[in-house]
Design a protein around this ligand. Structure first.
Ligand code: CMC
Length: 428
């Protein structure tokens, strides 16, 4: 309960409504408007600019200060000292695992990495030049057709098994998207490899060879997964929660998250960044593109810049930038796109337009260059984002379903026709 209220006076009536103000542990207070509907008014907030859609204990972002915490732990510390699977355990369970818990969790995930063999037939039905994200949307949704034994969402054990299955099988499906695309045989997972090594083996290995994964690349891959693991109530996570609020099964909910992630304003930005750097082509053309980005009549935006929540810097971008430099250095790659990216970042950070609007490089700005160095093709970038983010989606879905929740059902400000009579064909 609270003793703080916001008093709302509705114009043209004597009616005042006291709305409770709720405080979280960190971040702004929220005005609880749930009782407002009974007074005949709704709040109006398209794009959720000022709306907290749920209560959560998983991830905290302070966009002004550039802070990102998972279960209280700063992302920089996790990127530096943890690994992706340990971070998955943390997001799902709320605490870091001890040695035994970590080993058990890694073993469980490893045991679940294979997918039903019929999934290979499903993939063969896709056209070879299908975008990998289109295959991912279909393949992840299809998992619910195979794993009926863990679909009772009211059963915590079923939810746990589904969570493990999703985290384990998504990299297998992601690699299948790529193999189908390039016409190579699907690779089975190998239990002796770590999560990221296994993914790289399934992507780049062939049945003719034993696994041979470069440890530098595996470390970079792991960091990319970790940096994408969760980001509180973004568009795709909110989509997963909304789908889950109807009681839909977890595989269907994660498939809905993947579809929401695909757009260039969200996870599709990493692919769009590389296309943009390609289009810019040379450092000499940057000024022209910066002018285009600032022109209100030109739809062009600098991809990889700006964020709804971060108005200082994106802490993930800082780590990603360092990882990018490390990877290119260790692999001895001199990528001309990196020079364009660095110059673009510098110009944008000094330009009044970007400063005024607090537009800083986001996580997607550097991740594409690392993935390119690793050998991952551009149209797989968003699939990689989806792979890393699966744990965040499932942690949020599980948090919601574990407690009492209502179906998500927003209302609207209707601006269409008032009631009118049906017109027969001869009168139209
Ligand atoms: N380039 C040029 N101008 C921009 C950009 C950009 N990338 N982003 C925002 N603006 C301008 C925009 O035109 C507007 O200007 P004005 O106030 O004069 O009308 C102002 O900045 C505010 O923009 P907005 O679209 O109202 O901001 P938003 O919070 O609704 O959108 C965003 C956030 C991320 C969708 C947007 O910044 C964007 O489209 N960025 C490029 C795509 C991108 O990199 N997305 C990845 C986000 S991080 C990964 C993830 O979590 O998904």
């Amino acid at each position: 309960m609270t003793d703080k209220f916001a008093r709302l006076t509705i114009d043209g009536s004597d009616n005042t409504i006291d709305l409770p103000i709720l405080s979280g542990n960190l971040g702004p207070d929220v005005i609880d408007v749930r009782s407002l509907g009974s007074s005949g008014c709704f709040t109006y907030d398209p794009g959720f600019l000022s709306t907290a859609s749920c209560e959560s204990k998983i991830t905290f972002i302070d966009g002004g200060k550039g802070i990102l915490l998972h279960r209280g732990y700063p992302i920089e510390q996790l990127a530096d000292q943890s690994d992706y699977l340990e971070t998955c355990y943390l997001l799902l369970n709320g605490e870091l695992p001890n040695e035994q818990e970590k080993a058990e969790f890694e073993n469980t995930i490893t045991q679940h990495t294979m997918v039903n063999e019929a999934m290979a037939r499903l993939f063969r039905g896709f056209h070879h030049d299908a975008h990998p994200m289109s295959m991912m949307c279909g393949a992840v949704g299809a998992l619910s057709a195979f794993y009926h034994d863990s679909l009772d969402i009211s059963n915590p054990e079923h939810r746990k098994t589904s969570a493990h299955r999703l985290i384990a099988k998504i990299p297998t499906l992601a690699a299948m998207c790529y193999k189908h695309h390039i016409g190579q045989p699907f690779m089975y997972p190998r239990n002796e490899l770590s999560y990221s090594e296994n993914f790289l083996h399934m992507m780049f290995g062939t049945p003719c060879d034993e696994p041979n994964v470069n440890p530098i690349i595996a470390r970079a891959m792991d960091k990319i997964f970790l940096l994408h693991a969760d980001h509180e109530q973004n568009a795709s996570t909110s989509t997963v929660r909304l789908a889950g609020s109807s009681g839909a099964n977890p595989f269907a909910c994660i498939a809905s998250g993947i579809t929401a992630l695909w757009g260039p304003a969200h996870g599709g930005a990493n692919e769009a960044v590389l296309k943009m750097l390609d289009e810019i082509g040379s450092v000499d053309n940057i000024d022209e593109y910066v002018l285009k980005a600032k022109d209100k009549n030109d739809p062009f935006r600098l991809m990889g810049f700006g964020h709804r929540v971060y108005k200082n810097f994106d802490p993930r971008a800082k780590v990603m930038k360092e990882t990018c430099a490390e990877v290119l250095n260790e692999l001895g790659i001199n990528d001309p796109q990196l020079a364009i990216a660095q110059r673009l970042e510098q110009i944008a950070l000094e330009d009044e337009y970007f400063i005024e609007r607090k537009l800083y490089p986001n996580v997607d700005f550097y991740s594409g260059i690392i993935m390119k160095a690793i050998g991952i093709p551009t149209d797989m970038f968003t699939v990689i984002f989806a792979t890393g983010r699966t744990v965040g989606w499932i942690a949020h879905w599980n948090e919601m379903v574990s407690e009492s929740y209502k179906i998500g059902r927003p209302r609207q400000l209707y601006t269409g026709y008032e009631a009118r009579d049906y017109q027969t064909m001869d009168k139209r």
